[in-house]
Write a protein that binds this ligand. Structure first.
Ligand code: SF4
Ligand code: FE
Length: 480
């Protein structure tokens, strides 16, 4: 692994000049830009923890292609144990960051492609799998962070890619050359894009006849000519720039940092193309990538929930309500909800199976169920946090008010909770809760890894309703 430490990671980002816009201006150095630093710190944890002997087992693995020690974030799952370790690793990192550490998206893209390129070759005699394996070796060796570029802007959702008034609303191949392809389009809300090394472009949905140009998978360095990143605005964005108490979690942020990635006629050599026109494999690839990412959510959001629960208990303690029976009951309910989502991630991993490529894959129905629970449980956990924390979370004075030579004494006096706990500490924990349980953080739990409706579609497909009807008939002794 060439990139080992946090410093190596930051240095590698500094060396690669990526065109990034923030609030209408180009960012010259992405590694020192205050709005990006929390996301960099969070992703850096995936490197830092891997170097700690006590976390080595979860954060590293042995490459099935080279036999070398690699980051688990570049590993292809070789067993059910690997699938479970992935979930444990995510909860652990969430405990360290209380945020999204972004690197799982590229990790899931690598695994989905490993399985799928193998099967494309089997059907069509293509050479995608060996090409992809070569690419994977390089990623493992460099220890790069990848963006999993799946979601297209999609324009008019009632129309197919090839029916859109503007063909670029879905990413597509505009030219096939002897040496490679030229790609145009965009990928929307790409987690971790501003602090990654490469993007893996994948189709956003199952494609049908006529959509061949949209069935494209390609790995592209983010500094390739024609790529522009436009960072998405977040709730409480300015607080990140101030980096005081009001930011809640200034070091790691509360979400991943998403960007719109524009691809304006980007050239990709053939050795970096892993699907080109095989429409019949697009649905399978999307389903696999989605399943692998939905598997994660009980791990990372379970870990984030643990911080919300801890902060809620602290807020209660600091205002003297921790021993009230209704508060204890609410905290118990929050724990129940968090462990429920974690159980889902462990379950879909434990029920995983081997694909033809040899890579292991979580149970898709259970993985979708896990993510679907996230879209509800995190809201409920956040609702309970608001209930416990109280209205003060919404009306607390500024950090600067507390520090003001003139009015600081009033904030100090009237925002105080129990004796022995400083007003500053009370404000810190309330601000952490406020930032973690609202705005962008909640929306990410709803739509990250796919909107709830996309999980319900999977229930319809995989839920075996007719078998359930048959079982009911048998028990009711119905003969038709
Ligand atoms: Fe990883 Fe969770 Fe962030 Fe997705 S939301 S990239 S699974 S930390
Ligand atoms: Fe996410």
């Amino acid at each position: 692994m060439k990139i080992k430490t946090k410093e190596d990671y930051i240095e590698s980002l500094k060396k690669q000049h990526v065109v990034i816009y923030y609030n209408g201006e180009e960012v010259k150095d992405r590694t020192t830009f205050p709005a990006f630093v929390p996301h960099i710190n969070s992703a850096a944890k995936t490197y830092e923890l891997a170097l700690m002997p006590e976390h080595e087992d979860l954060l590293t693995a042995t490459s099935n292609i080279t036999g070398k020690k690699i980051s688990r974030f570049t590993h292809i799952h070789q067993s059910v144990d690997d699938l479970i370790k992935k979930v444990q690793m995510l909860r652990l990192i969430a405990h360290e960051t209380a945020s999204c550490f972004q690197r799982c998206v590229g990790f899931d893209a690598l695994n989905a492609l490993y399985m799928t390129t193998y099967e494309i070759d089997e059907k069509y005699g293509t050479k995608y799998f060996s090409r992809f394996s070569e690419y994977l070796k390089k990623i493992q060796d460099e220890n790069f962070m990848l963006v999993g570029g799946m979601t297209d802007p999609k324009g008019d959702r009632s129309k197919r890619p090839s029916q859109q008034a503007d063909p670029d609303l879905f990413t597509h191949v505009v030219e096939k050359r002897k040496d490679g392809v030229v790609i145009r389009g965009a990928k929307a809300h790409q987690t971790g894009a501003v602090n990654s090394h490469e993007i893996m472009i994948m189709p956003t949905q199952a494609m049908v006849e006529g959509d061949e140009a949209y069935a494209i998978v390609a790995a592209i360095p983010l500094d390739a000519k024609g790529i522009t990143l436009i960072f998405g605005r977040q709730t409480n964005e300015e607080r990140k720039l101030e980096c005081g108490i009001d930011a809640g979690n200034c070091e790691f942020g509360v979400v991943g940092g998403e960007a719109l990635v524009v691809l304006e006629d980007v050239f990709v050599p053939w050795e970096r193309v892993f699907m080109c026109g095989e429409i019949d494999f697009t649905g399978l690839l999307v389903e696999r990538f989605a399943t692998l990412h939905r598997q994660n959510y009980g791990g990372c959001k379970g870990g984030v929930s643990d911080i919300i629960i801890g902060a809620s208990a602290l807020a209660a303690q600091y205002q003297g309500t921790l021993n009230a029976s209704h508060i204890k009951d609410k905290l118990v309910e929050m724990m129940h909800l968090a462990e429920t989502v974690y159980s889902g991630s462990v379950a879909c991993s434990a029920m995983g199976s081997k694909t033809k490529s040899g890579a292991y894959y979580p149970d898709p129905l259970l993985a979708n169920c896990t993510k679907h629970n996230i879209t509800r449980n995190i809201y409920e956990i956040s609702r309970l946090a608001h209930d416990i924390g109280g209205g003060i979370m919404a009306t607390l004075p500024f950090d600067k008010d507390l520090r003001s030579p003139k009015i600081g004494k009033y904030v100090e006096k009237y925002m105080k909770g129990i004796e022995g706990v400083s007003t500053e500490n009370r404000m810190k924990v309330l601000r952490l809760l406020e930032n973690m349980t609202g705005g962008t953080a909640l929306i990410e739990s709803m739509h990250g890894a796919g909107s709830p409706q996309s999980q319900r579609v999977m229930y319809q497909r995989l839920g075996k309703l007719s078998e359930k009807m048959k079982m009911a008939k048998k028990i009711a002794k119905i003969k038709e």
